[in-house]
Design a protein around this ligand. Structure first.
Ligand code: AGP
Length: 619
């Protein structure tokens, strides 16, 4: 949530900053700004709106974005915002400058005690121009910097952090120190890119990988001094700490659009390869090997419950996980949205395995839920896409999805790969516990290996979904109904549609509709029904008949083998046959395509839907 980029080195600083912000725009996009030091003065340019508007303002101010940089500019940083405190506006945009224009900051996160700090600083004579919590940080650092016994920007940042309650990824520029940036982290990601005679800082690696893949993920409560040729990391007391440099495998190309009109479309087309890269290397000689997760009979003797926590789409992957583990392993599973979990006095203890699912590995609600589970003695296994992210680092065990960078706010390939991990875990546990025999174990593995080819077959028929969406994109309200696993699929399908097309939508269990919500079905209401479970198909056909007799238009999503037995719906989209337990992996793709084409037809900004951000690092 919000994107930060900072650079010190000999490249054209504005090109690095504005290029980085373009890559980070998916994290927040209501306003953007850059700041840099030129001839010992802090220059600041910021605008409400997208990064393109900021670029125009930078050009208008006479600075060159491409080609040779201005040698007088030594260091700079930029920010793209997702508003928390204060409406999106030029003045509320980051960076924020202190009153004497000595200190400039960009910030992700929330300063919870900002109004107390603001009152304190007002009493000391500071005046404020914005409504943001971030401006308080700039003024507070300046306040400490100007104390007689200070005179050192690093010390001033340390002092200010002692007063600040909340979460932050903070990058600080001081006009008296044109050779450095100071960065501080608590509960919001900061990654440092290590170059030769140049260094980078950003809120995620996509802004850096064009230049370097050697990175340092800053730990919570650490403070970094970044110069052109050195980095030093300290704890909050100002004592030096050791750090580890990691290597990122993602290529710069993987983070670009590669000829597709939208990242979302590119990412849906990457689902077969991403699923294969996540699942296949973990299947060897008839067994499932989960590296870094030492699961065996002894480990499972210590477990009597599984607990999934996650948010949004990742939560839906958890719901599928709950179904699978209960069905295949006969272990009780709880699954809750992370933001509720921490306040629910959960029944989680040292005999619980908590599985945390997150694409970014930085979602604050999920991170807090994981910490809550850990504080109750639960072992934690994280399914995460971003290597080295906070959740990945803090979990006891981690299983990475191999989705590669997911840029579109709407999660697609990350979800499919999360499902891949969830299936691997469920099958592994079921086999260790003797709930499935060797033969079934291997058969399920073969089913998983066949999924990528089947996803490709769905992608090859995307025009069927496109045609249906073109006929129906004016729908005001769309219902998704399903039973069993298809209900979880419906929840994810409905979220995707709402998120990017802004069409009101609800997901309901097929049997529950008649207990109230069916009152909303009227002539022309669109109802989408995934029907993939053999034992529930007839019940669903009855539900379709019920909504159709009230005027609904029905699109069903069914496996090929149901094609002749499902006459009730208006339009059918068939997915390849597979074991019915695996159908959520195939069934979600037509739903994602449907959401995409509905949004495109409506002229929505598919990759950057309104009010949303990719990585939600505020509670
Ligand atoms: C997905 O389309 C959403 N943008 C959102 O629900 C997302 O899945 C959720 O915020 C969790 O994010 P995470 O996977 O990075 O933790």
């Amino acid at each position: 949530m919000c994107g930060i980029v900072g650079y010190i080195g000999d490249r054209n600083i504005l090109e690095v900053l504005l290029g980085g912000l373009t890559h980070l725009e998916y994290r927040g996009y209501d306003s953007a700004g850059v700041t840099f030091i030129k001839n010992d003065n802090i220059e600041l340019i910021k605008r409400k709106g997208r990064v393109d508007e900021l670029k125009a303002a930078v050009k208008e101010a006479g600075f060159q974005i491409y080609g040779e940089g201005d040698p007088d500019i030594t260091v700079g940083m930029g920010h793209t915002r997702w508003a928390t405190h204060g409406v999106p506006s030029d003045v509320n945009s980051h960076p924020h400058l202190s009153m004497d224009k000595k200190i400039c900051v960009v910030h992700n996160g929330i300063i919870e005690n900002y109004s107390e700090l603001r009152k304190f600083l007002t009493r000391k004579g500071y005046t404020f121009v914005s409504d943001t919590d971030t401006e308080v940080a700039a003024q507070l650092i300046e306040y400490y910097y100007e104390q007689e016994d200070c005179g050192d920007v690093f010390k001033a940042v340390c002092s200010a952090l002692k007063d600040i309650i909340g979460s932050y990824a903070l990058v600080v520029l001081c006009s008296d120190y044109p050779d450095r940036l100071i960065c501080a982290k608590k509960d919001n990601p900061i990654v440092v890119g290590i170059g030769k005679n140049e260094n980078f800082v950003a809120s995620d690696v996509t802004a850096l990988i064009e230049y370097t893949r050697d990175v340092l993920y800053l730990e919570d409560n650490s403070i970094l001094i970044m110069k052109k040729d050195s980095i030093e990391v300290y704890d909050v007391h100002g004592d030096p700490v050791e750090y580890k440099i990691s290597h990122v495998d993602w290529s710069a190309d993987a983070a670009q659009k590669g000829g597709y009109e939208h990242y979302m479309m590119k990412e849906m087309f990457e689902e077969p390869a991403a699923f294969e890269a996540t699942v296949n290397p973990r299947i060897k000689d008839g067994d499932i090997l989960l590296e870094h997760f030492p699961i065996d009979g002894k480990f499972l003797e210590g477990i009597d419950k599984v607990n999934f926590v996650a948010c949004g789409t990742a939560y839906h992957a958890g719901c599928v996980g709950k179904y699978l583990i209960e069905k295949l392993c006969r272990i009780p599973v709880i699954c809750g949205v992370a933001s509720e979990f921490i306040y629910s006095d959960p029944l989680v203890d040292s005999r619980t395995l908590t599985i945390v699912v997150s694409q970014s590995g930085e979602t604050i609600d999920t991170l807090n839920a994981m910490r809550e589970a850990q504080s109750r003695g639960s072992k934690t296994l994280a399914i995460v896409n971003v290597i080295g992210s906070t959740i990945a680092r803090e979990a006891d065990y981690v299983l990475y999805t191999a989705a590669g960078p997911e840029i579109s706010v709407a999660s697609t390939k990350a979800y499919t790969t999360q499902l891949g991990c969830v299936y691997l875990i469920a099958l592994k546990i079921a086999h260790i516990l003797g709930k499935i025999d060797d033969q079934a174990y291997v058969r399920y593995q073969e089913e998983l290996k066949a999924i990528p080819g089947k996803l490709n077959r769905i992608l090859a028929k995307q025009n069927e979904i496109q045609k249906f969406a073109t006929q129906h994109f004016n729908a005001e309200s769309i219902f998704f109904i399903g039973r069993g696993l298809d209900y979880y699929l419906s929840m994810e399908a409905s979220l995707k549609l709402k998120e990017i097309s802004y069409i009101h939508s609800e997901a309901y269990p097929g049997g529950e509709l008649k207990h109230g919500t069916i009152a909303l079905i009227e002539e022309g209401t669109l109802v989408v029904c995934p029907i993939t479970q053999d034992n529930l198909a007839h019940k669903m056909i009855s539900n379709i008949t019920e909504v159709k007799s009230r005027g609904a238009t029905v699109l069903s999503i069914i496996p090929e083998r149901f094609d002749s037995m499902e006459p009730a719906s208006d339009v059918r989209f068939t997915i390849p046959d597979c074991d019915e337990l695996m159908t959520p992996i195939l069934g979600v793709l037509p739903c994602q395509l449907f959401a995409y084409y509905m949004a495109v037809n409506k002229g929505c900004d598919v990759d950057k839907p309104r009010n949303l951000a990719k990585s939600v690092t505020v509670e």
